[in-house]
Every structure is written in structure tokens, then in C-alpha cells.
Design a protein around this ligand. Sequence first.
Ligand code: ADP
Ligand code: MG
Length: 599
Amino acid sequence: MPLISSPSIQVLSSHLINQIAAGEVVERPASVVKELVENSLDAGADSIQIELEAGGTRLIRVTDNGHGINREQLPIAIARHATSKIRSLEDLEHIGSLGFRGEALPSIASVSRLLLTSKDGESSHAWKIVARDSEEPEPDALEKGTRIEVRDLFYNVPARKKFLRTEQTEYNHVENLFKSLALSHPEVEFRLIHNQKIIYQLTAADRAEVFRQRVARICGKTFADSLAEVNAEVDGHQLTGWIGLPTFNRSQPDMQYFFVNQRMVRDKLISHAVKQAYADVLFHGRHPAYVLYLSMDPTLLDVNVHPQKHEVRFRNSRMIHDFIYRSLHRTLAEIETAQQVSSPGFALHQDDNQAVPFDTPTQNNLVLGQFRRPAAENWVGETIQSYSQLLKPSAEEADSPQADEVPPLGFAIAQLKGIYILAENSEGLVLVDMHAAHERIVYERMKLQADSEDLVRQPLLVPLVLRVSRSEAELVEDYASLLIEVGVKLERLGEEQVRVREVPALLQHADIEGLVRDVIADLAEHGSSERIRQHRDELLGTIACHGSVRANRQLTLPEMNALLRDIEETERSGQCNHGRPTWKTLTLEQLDRLFLRGQ
Ligand code: ADP
Ligand code: MG
């Protein structure tokens, strides 16, 4: 056996240590921008400018008007583990600043050419220092604050440089980061310049209105027009901000901003709570949009979880989850006229992310109608009653136009193309998407029944046998009890066969095969997850979709009126289960405008 000599153990050079640390915090230009801007914010700046060249790969320059660094401290600022923000472990427990690890500047300096210029309140002029250069600081010109230039990122680490993407992609990462930084500190003026072009110029939001303008500029006008305000407080925890109406939903979770004590976080607990709050109004892989601010006692929070500090740990995570969930759920259930008046027109999924000025007037906004939903307790019986009227073709007793008061959604006048119900109310014309509205009603009703464990099932006279794949048959077996809970009794017959024995009584006239196949597909999609409760409502949504009136079914006027009354009485019926609006009002005024009357 050859003799292997043991390798010699050596202490790493500090430069190498910094480069290794850079691997954790400096991934790309955007991460440099993040560290630099966070330093500026920690320095109390209220004006921050970010300049980039070539997506930040060639140059990143951040200039702020914060408290600055004096001459003596300049070399220390770029030394490893040097920070002005904490002194002890105790400080770490109630950290108020964004940084505290003292590793950003040395890490960045180890993988780029870094130049630091700063002037603090006392000095008569600014000083600059070149990192990794043993020269003394030199006088420089800068009125106030700090300017940090980072050139040629990764010029000395080819392996990392290889991982950088195109200029455009790197720029996009910076821009996304910029958006969240700008939202995190609305009171700070921000400017973003790329290749000499001003991309964003955001004035400090000293008033709510300017704050909203910033939100509109960053998230797009459509979002700004389709949001509900959140304002909740419990035990010193405050949740404020905006959430998108369910009708404003996105195919990607790309417009979700959550700040804890003004720090951007991406946290599973939080996104789960939000998702749950939207569970009833958003389905099929669509994502809500939100800009939310949680402020709380920093001692109940651990931010030292991750070098990039995206994650936080809450001391009382259960309570935080509930607080977020409840606040948003309530906001969604209460979405009322005030916010909906300005909601955009008929567009179903608004993915546009155009950053246009907030105050551009919208044309021909169609207004979601106004009415107050009755409290949840008292709509139960009536909904069920009028629902059954709807199923009976001769629903003679349904509200008739002679009634004293015009109900919020008015009275049906016609059906359009088998899709829409047209009704007249005191404001003008109400348009109802029949299928969507009915789906919402069926869903809410099934949910209510399922919650009280009396979802009535109806045995099929002739059980239906379906061929499915082996894994699907296994799912049916595994989830038999959940299926019962949602009203479907299914059993596995053989390797690749299942039999449908019972379905929800409400849906006996539905296309059972389509329904069951969709339900199995839903199960497959969620596979092994344990969040059965959450799945249950999704399954109910799928089922409800099959149970509702299909397009092209002719309804009689009484049937239509019965549906209108049901909508009025059903929670959240302004949205269908897929987050689409179920009805809209076109006021007389808007109609007049359409015909240029009185102009
Ligand atoms: P940390 O932010 O974790 O303290 P950094 O390496 O990012 O560590 O910065 C080191 C120190 O340099 C900071 O603690 C701060 O005192 C000083 N510093 C960095 N950037 C600025 C700035 N823009 N304005 C004032 N001081 C700064
Ligand atoms: Mg820092």
C-alpha cells in the first residue's frame, strides 16, 4: 500500500475567507445592490440613487445621503466582521437595522473593484478609499453621505462570472429587487439608472396618496385599481398594506411583497397564510398579488437565520399565521363597493405589469354593483330554499318585479347568448355571468354542508365504472375518506378501475364522469400533501363547477330572478371560484357616456 502523507493544515488568508463568504451573499449584481442599498437605509438616508452599467456587471454605484463614515473608519468598514450595528449578542436579539453581520462590504470587495467615498457630518470634505489597496484614504468630493462603486463583479473569480446571465437578465434581477426595496421604504426617495437612462424616479412618500402612486408605479395601475386595503392590529402586531382583489390574479407569484419591520421576507409560513386566506376565491394555480407590511416587536423575531436574511423566524409563528390569515380573510370577505367601484372592466386575468402613472383616468370602467351582504348566519336557509326553487323549473314564487324595493341586483330582463343574465336595478344594467355566479353559490353551499358534516349524497341508480390509471386508482383508495367528505363515494374495483357509487345530491344531474375525473386529477396534483382541509375546498370547487348551470341553458325569468337573489345572499359571490367576477353593473351614467349623451 502506498504511503499517503497527511496534507498540511493552513489558516486561510483573509482575502480567501472573504471570497468564500462572498459565495453566500454575493451571487449576482442584484445581491450587491441589495447589500449596498440596505447599508444606505441603515445609515438613515432618505435619498438613494442606484446606477448600473451593463446590468450591473460592469458597474454598480449606490449614492446616499445618510450619516456617512469618517476618515478613520473607512478602512474598518471594509474589514471583515466589522459593523457599527451591533455590539453584543443581546443587540442581535432586538435588531432594528437591516445589516449586522459586517460581511457585505469585505465580501463584495473581495470579488470586485470597490471604491468607497464618504463624508460624515463632522468632516469638512469627503474621503475615498480603494478596497484591497493599502493606500491611505484620499480627499474626494461628495456633499453628504456615501457613494460606493463596484466595478467588474467577479473579474477575479471566473468560475462565478460564468454563472452570470445576459445583461438584460441581470438587470431584470436588479429591477425586481429595486421594486421591493422601494416598497419597503416608501419614505425614501429612490432613483434607478441603467446605462445612463433613468428608469425609476420615485419621490419620497410623505402622504398616503404618494405612497399609493409608488405602489401603482411598481405594481402597475391595474393592481392599484383592484386592491383592498388591509389594516389590522392584534397584540402590538400591525398588518397594513394592500391585497389584490381576487379578480386581479396572476399566473406567477411575482407580485407578492411582504415586509416584516420593513425587511423584505420570503417566508413559507406567510405565503401559506395568505394562500389560505385566498383559498375560497382563487383556484387553479392562480396567484394573488399583495404589498403587505407587518410591524412587530423585533425581540419576537429572529432575522439571523440566513446570510441573505430573506427568512425570518417568528417566536410565535402560530399566532402570526393566524393573524395574517384572519386579517386577509376578513378583508376579502368584506370587499365592498368602495374598493370595487374602481375595479377594472371585464378583463378576466390582468397580468399586465405596465408601470403607468397612477392618475391616468380609466375609460369606461364597469362598476361592480353595490349591496351589503347579509351576515353569514342568515343566508343559509334562504340560499338553500331559493336554490331549490332554481332547480324547479316553475319557480313561480320567486321575487317578482312588483316587490316594493328593487333588490341590489335588480330583476332579470333577459338572457344573452345563453351566457349572461341581464337585469335592471336602480342604478342601471346588471350583467351576470350565469355559470360563474351559480358555481359560486353551489360551492358556498356545499362547503357549508361539508362543514357541518351533512353533505347529502345521492346513490347512483346504476353505479358508474371508470377506467383509470393504476396510480389514479391508488389515489382513490388512499383518499376515500376525503372523497366521502366532499360527497363522492368512489371505490377501487381492480388494478385500473374505479366505481362511482354516490355523488353529492346537489349534483345528480351533472356529468358524473367528467366530475370524477376532474376530482381525481386534483388529487393527483396535490399528491402526498397532508393539507387535506385545504384540498377539500379545492375539490368542492371542482365539484361545484360541474354542478352549476352550463352556458347555453335557457332559464326562465323566475329562474333568473332566483339566481339573482341567491347571489345577493351568498358570501363572496362577487367572485366565482376561479377568481373571475360573477357580475358587474353598468350604471346609467356609464351608459350615457357610451352614447355621448349630455356631453
Ligand atoms: P453590516 O451592514 O452588516 O454592518 P457591511 O459590511 O455591510 O456590514 O458594512 C460595514 C459597516 O460599514 C456598517 O456597519 C456601517 O457602519 C458602514 N457602512 C456601510 N455602508 C454605509 C453607508 N452607505 N453609509 C454609512 N455607513 C455605511
Ligand atoms: Mg450591510
